[in-house]
Design a binder for this molecule. Structure first.
Ligand code: MLT
Length: 241
């Protein structure tokens, strides 16, 4: 059984994977779901981190657990970090799942928006990210109160740092062709943040990758459609390496 590392989205923490940690325990061991620096109970960085710093922090967790190689599944920001792990710690990656995420870097305008959002969060707290209509789930999704609760539990400074870190991330398009481990690209059919077009770019760029579209799900596909999501993850975990 492979070890499995679950990498969370912005602006949530490891608890977005609580269900999977239990549900997939017969398919992977150990299952490690770290919170990125500053999120959940992890220590807040004193200086602005990059997503490469998040990647190195995840590898430090694996080192401490004496896990040499693992299957890495990253959702959205977690996918951006998975790309960093691939670039910096390739030998540790046994397989990759890129979920509701994208390989493209930010446009200058998107980067500016991230910096503006960070300033708003520092001034008004985490609720600043909840002001605009949320696109993490489909409109009216019953899971929204639970997701909001996870978001509200985060330290504003951690969320601000992550916003800036995402704006400064590398573009991963040039890396796609060299990804030689079993890779699953998974996307909620109604993902409004990283839609199917982004998933297709990764699928077409990564040799021998699979593409799974999860029905009845938006951006946080594991939360909105847990059964279909688990099925996709199980199929990926079983693929020969
Ligand atoms: C996420 O879900 O991690 C973020 O919304 C991704 C992003 O803003 O690019």
């Amino acid at each position: 059984m492979p070890a499995l590392v679950l990498l969370h989205a912005f602006p949530l923490d490891r608890s977005m994977w609580d269900r999977e940690v239990r549900a997939l325990s017969d398919a992977a061991s150990p299952i490690i779901a770290p919170s990125f620096p500053g999120f959940g109970k992890s220590e807040l960085p004193r200086v602005q981190p990059t997503l490469d710093d998040y990647a190195d922090a995840v590898i430090a967790v694996l080192d401490a657990a004496q896990v040499e190689r693992a299957a890495f599944a990253g959702l959205s920001m977690g996918g951006y970090v998975a790309f960093s792990i691939w670039r910096r710690h390739r030998a540790r990656v046994e397989r990759l799942a890129l979920i509701d995420t994208k390989a493209e870097g930010d446009t200058p305008e998107a980067k500016e928006n991230r910096i503006r959002l960070a300033a708003l969060i520092r001034e008004h707290g985490v609720d600043a990210v909840l002001k605009a209509p949320p696109k993490w789930l489909r409109e009216g999704a019953p899971q929204w109160p639970a997701v909001k609760e996870i978001i509200r539990a985060q330290r504003p400074e951690a969320v601000a740092q992550a916003s800036i870190a995402m704006g400064g991330r590398h573009d991963s398009i040039a890396d796609l062709g060299a990804i030689a481990v079993p890779t699953a690209v998974i996307v909620g059919e109604a993902d409004a943040i990283t839609p199917l077009a982004n998933a297709k770019t990764m699928h077409e760029g990564i040799p021998h990758s699979s593409l799974t579209v999860i029905p009845d799900a938006g951006h946080l596909a594991n939360i909105e459609a847990p059964e279909a999501f688990d099925k996709a993850l199980r199929a990926w975990l079983k693929r020969p390496s």
